[in-house]
Design a protein around this ligand. Structure first.
Ligand SMILES: Cc1ncc(COP(=O)(O)O)c(C=O)c1O
Length: 423
């Protein structure tokens, strides 16, 4: 047994499955495929994660044995599908430790969740003339553009917490920005392009001292760390299923009950109503008020399966292993002449953005692909970050618990070959 890949850990109330990276890799069929006649090295996990067989099987199982529309039918299959879907909601509740399953709204992904909050706050006339929304300089476009669209409808101002060269938030400036016009703080928990783990607890506490609600974009935190929304005390929390080993097209908006109660519906249609006449409609209870139309039933169920899969392990053990990958990759990449890591915050998740002097990131990505190594290049939907560092793009390797130290070595080897070709 290689001690870099095997951990045994006991949680307080249960014994978690032993984490063995070789066994874990065998759970993800795609990881054993060849790409360009080389074994695949998949290092684009911040964009989307691969799916364990259990998740793939749960979709097949659903369509083979359970497929029916939910909530409306009295027949056997409809009841079965409804039960599976609502069970998945309960699993999500446990996954982020929400107070109640009715605080879990299924949406298409983090992007839709933020658009839902922005649109419903607007319809609720929550914002007044000249009110301010605070974001950070490292937001994904999904947490910028919905608020800009809102600014077009209301006379609002977006204020931006700057970062330092390492990619740490300037918390003093944040505190000086908060004033009586501030109506919402909406920040990314972990940055997808820099890997920074933001001091969200401090942001939430400070905002709450000033009666300001906080939305957390948990797209990159849910795959890497155990999230507890009650402990964080955030008002809204969003994430996407496909980044936590579930399919695309399913995601979650969490909101404290009183926050969701205060929001009007986002879309109208079936399932979200209690009574409809041509004169008037009354709306369903939470969370169904926000779930108009037939949802992504198999996606919800498969998200539940992905959560079951993750829950076999002690999340801290997985996080520690990813940290080991991050530290190893950071050390190895730093040895490459002319390579600069973008994002060196004190607290980081396993995301490494970098540039190499004289080589465009697109060339790095394209050449690595010929060696079977998948990384991401571009602005990572965080163009303001690129402007901050005066870069057109970066190359980004993002790791998860099924990656290995050997894969880091293959990345380094690949980069040295790329450098040689350009020298
Ligand atoms: C930090 C962050 N926020 C939001 C999103 C948007 O997620 P989705 O496209 O799944 O809605 C992403 C996706 O890359 C992300 O990394």
């Amino acid at each position: 047994m290689d001690d870099s890949t095997v951990f045994t850990e006991k949680t307080t109330d249960s014994v978690s499955k032993i984490f063995n990276v070789d066994e874990v890799r065998a759970d993800f069929p795609i990881l054993s495929r060849m790409v360009k006649e080389k074994p695949l090295v998949y290092l684009d996990n911040a964009a989307t994660t691969q799916k364990p067989q259990a998740v793939i099987d749960s979709i097949v199982h659903y369509y083979t044995y359970e497929n029916a529309n939910i909530h409306r039918g009295l027949h056997f299959l409809s009841e079965l599908a409804t039960e599976s879907y609502e069970n998945a909601r309960l699993k999500v509740k446990e996954f982020i430790n929400a107070m109640s399953a009715s605080e879990i709204v299924f949406v298409r992904g983090a992007t839709e969740a933020i658009n839902l909050v922005a649109s419903s706050l607007c319809r609720a006339n929550y914002f007044g003339d000249g009110d301010e929304i605070i974001l950070t300089e490292m937001e994904h476009h999904a947490n910028i553009v919905p608020w800009q669209l809102l600014c077009e409808r209301k006379n609002l101002k977006i204020r931006v917490i700057p970062i330092d060269d390492n990619g740490d938030l300037d918390m003093d400036t944040f505190k000086s920005m908060v004033n009586e016009k501030t109506k919402l703080v909406s920040v990314v928990h972990i940055s997808n392009s820099l890997g920074t783990i933001n001091p969200v607890k401090e942001i939430i506490n400070y905002s709450h001292e000033h009666d300001i609600p906080v939305l957390l974009d948990g797209s990159q935190s849910t795959p890497h760390i155990k999230v507890d929304v009650q402990e964080l005390d955030c008002d809204y929390f969003v994430f996407s299923g496909h980044k936590v080993f579930a399919p695309t097209g399913i995601g979650v908006l969490y909101g404290k009950t009183f926050r969701l109660d205060d929001l009007p519906p986002y879309q109208g249609g079936g399932d979200m109503i209690r009574k409809v006449t041509f004169e008037e409609t009354t709306f369903n209870d939470l969370p169904h008020k926000f779930e108009a139309g037939t949802p992504n039933i198999e996606g919800g169920i498969a998200l539940g399966t992905a959560i079951d899969y993750l829950s076999q392990f002690d999340r801290e053990v997985l996080s520690n292993y990813e940290d080991k990958l991050l530290k190893y990759a950071t050390a190895k990449l730093s040895e490459i002449d002319g390579l600069k890591i973008i994002g060196t915050a004190k607290e980081k998740a396993s995301v490494v953005s970098f540039i190499i002097e004289g080589i465009h990131p697109y060339d790095i990505g394209t050449l690595l692909d010929t060696y079977g190594i998948a990384i991401r290049t571009g602005h990572h939907c965080t163009q303001p970050i690129m402007q901050r560092y005066k870069l057109p793009a970066t190359a980004r390797a993002s790791f998860t618990f099924y990656n290995t130290l050997e894969e880091v070595d293959r990345l380094v080897e690949g980069l040295l070959r790329v450098k040689k070709m350009f020298s």
